[in-house]
Design a protein around this ligand. Sequence first.
Ligand code: RB5
Length: 149
Amino acid sequence: MIALGSDHAGLPLKKEIIALLEEMGLAYKDYGTYTADSCDYAQFAQRAAKAVAAGECDRGILVCGTGIGISMAANKVHGIRCACCSDCYSAKMTRKHNDANMIAMGARVVGVDLGRMIAETFLTTEFEGGRHQRRIDQIMAIENGEDLG
Ligand code: RB5
């Protein structure tokens, strides 16, 4: 199950990503927004991120104007590693090396075709593990208030 979230600026690209998920045969849950009315992205980021953090969804895709605000909000939820990406290389590497469980994109930054490719790359790339797990453990230790020295 893939969690989706956007604000009004991200809505057009989110609709394209929904079409991609349907083509890929992947189930999704859209946590809003559902209309083009101007809205604030944080609540939609939080809803989708909580679903991923709780294990109700495997991964999540977020879209706002830049991808930045919505990724910042998602990363405030415990257990979330959301990468804001505008290219396929970063989308691939954030899965392989960072085990990102969410990705964010800017609908005002990437075009529809690139946005779809970034989402597809994120969804089809697996975590490499190994030395990267140690680094992720360190990120999560910071989240848990540990001092890395
Ligand atoms: C909305 O105008 C815009 O600020 C928002 O979508 C996002 O880009 C914020 O980071």
